[in-house]
Write a protein that binds this ligand. Structure first.
Ligand code: ISE
Length: 427
């Protein structure tokens, strides 16, 4: 069946790349052991198949692999559409090979969205300090495991990098990606300290090319994008005042007072600056009466007050132990209208003498579409050789602002937000 390095199979044929009983399957397994293939449907590359680095087994990476059974040692894919397998291992420009450093919850979610939902990329490698766990993740998703994240970043197995380690290690791996000249997507925050963000900005400028994107996913939420459009066009006049809320159902005992700004409201710090397209001038944080659901190290709720350079006034309530919901609000008072962030919709249910609709109880589901759009746009921009999303500079500004707000909270004063002008490089 394999002729001139191309194989066409018809609809509904199942291909098993290993230990198949019938001859065709075995022949294909043997071929795959020697070569790499791109699997195309309608000429569009959807996944690729190659001999796995570690196990030596043929592995199918990528989208449209309806099933991948790595555990049993039988990697295969099933498609009910006509496809072709085109020989040729160099995926550059076709499918982006992504390496993920840090495979905790968000890291694994990104692996799944890239391999199962999005187009144009596959996760080919991962690294984690927890070796046993990291290996099990690599086995599950059929990618190569590295104990050393920097080695993974430098390796030919990856074209681009996602950093989802714990925050203090972001700088190390983002810097390694810059050294390797590879595009890197780093979950928020870029680094916990503003100085570390500044070092990243300087290294990127020295390297002479924008490579870094920060994972501020709210910029990809359809609701915020609609608000941005209305504000940018001044459809309803100048924005004057914003009332926002960031409510979580609960946090654990490791969540402390400063995290309300630096872990939660950091999202508002970024997205509102992007919405209004201007920097902040001052920050202040005041407390409300403490909830009974909090603990000794957390003052909850809190209100952060920001003013922008042109004088727009913003208040953001962070209430992270509401006990009942994940609720994100953003009301923009403009000269001619009041604009409100829409919620993702859910069916209205009328039952037991009540009418209503469910709301989200967790950020990962509330913003799932935003995450998918964010990572897809990162893949597309990376393949086109661009950074379209929040830059290292945005990451730096976010941390400078968060630190000013933290100082304002600790001193109970209004703190001026000071930083240098945005370098030409980022304009
Ligand atoms: C969490 O770390 C996030 O980033 C979520 O988006 C946010 O809503 C939550 O408050 C944070 O703890």
């Amino acid at each position: 069946m394999i002729e001139n390095s191309m194989m066409i199979l018809s609809n509904n044929e199942h291909v098993l790349f290993n230990r198949g009983r019938d001859r065709k399957k075995e022949r294909l397994a043997a071929e795959v052991k020697k070569r790499q293939y791109v699997c195309k449907i309608d000429g569009y590359p959807l996944c690729y198949v190659e001999k796995a680095n570690v196990s030596g087994r043929p592995v199918c990476y990528g989208n449209n692999c309806v099933e991948q059974d790595f555990k049993s040692g039988n990697p295969f894919f099933i498609t009910n559409r006509e496809y072709e397998l085109v020989e040729g291992g160099n995926m550059k420009g076709q499918i982006l090979k992504v390496g993920v450093v840090g495979v905790g919850a968000i890291g694994r979610t990104h692996i799944e969205r890239i391999n199962q939902k999005l187009q144009g990329a596959v996760v080919t490698a991962c690294a984690d300090v927890n070796v046993d766990f990291g290996k099990s993740v690599a086995e599950k998703y059929g990618c190569r495991f590295f104990t050393d994240g920097e080695e993974m970043i430098a390796s030919d197995d990856v074209d681009a990098v996602i950093v989802t380690t714990i925050d203090p290690y972001h700088e190390q791996y983002v810097m390694a990606a810059i050294r390797a000249g590879k595009y890197v997507f780093c979950e928020k925050p870029l680094a916990p300290e503003a100085d570390a963000c500044k070092r990243i900005v300087e290294a990127e400028m020295k390297a002479g090319k924008k490579l870094v994107q920060v994972g501020f996913m709210r910029r990809y939420d359809q609701g915020y994008r609609q608000l941005k459009e209305a504000i940018k066009n001044r459809t309803y006049g100048e924005p004057l005042l914003l009332h926002c809320a960031h409510r979580n159902p609960a946090v654990d005992e490791s969540y402390t007072t400063e995290m309300a700004v630096e872990n939660s409201m950091i999202h508002e710090i970024d997205v509102l600056r992007w919405l209004l397209d201007e920097d902040y001038a001052t920050a202040e944080v005041v407390f409300a009466k403490n909830t009974k659901r909090t603990h000794e190290k957390l003052m909850d709720p809190q209100i952060m007050i920001l003013t922008t350079k042109s004088g727009v006034r913003i208040d953001v309530e962070a209430f992270v132990n509401t006990g009942h919901c994940y609720d994100i609000k953003c009301e923009v008072c403009c000269e001619d209208a009041i604009l409100n962030l829409p919620e993702p919709s859910n069916i209205e249910v009328c039952a037991q003498a009540k009418r209503g609709h469910a709301i989200h109880s967790d950020w990962s589901t509330r913003f799932v579409d935003a995450y998918n759009t964010e990572v897809q746009e990162w893949i597309d921009a990376t393949k086109a050789g661009r950074v379209d999303g929040p830059t290292a500079w945005d990451g730096y500004v976010g941390q400078v602002t968060a630190k000013a707000a933290s100082k304002a909270r600790d001193t109970q004063t209004v703190v001026k937000i000071e930083m240098e002008e945005m370098p030409e490089f980022y304009k």
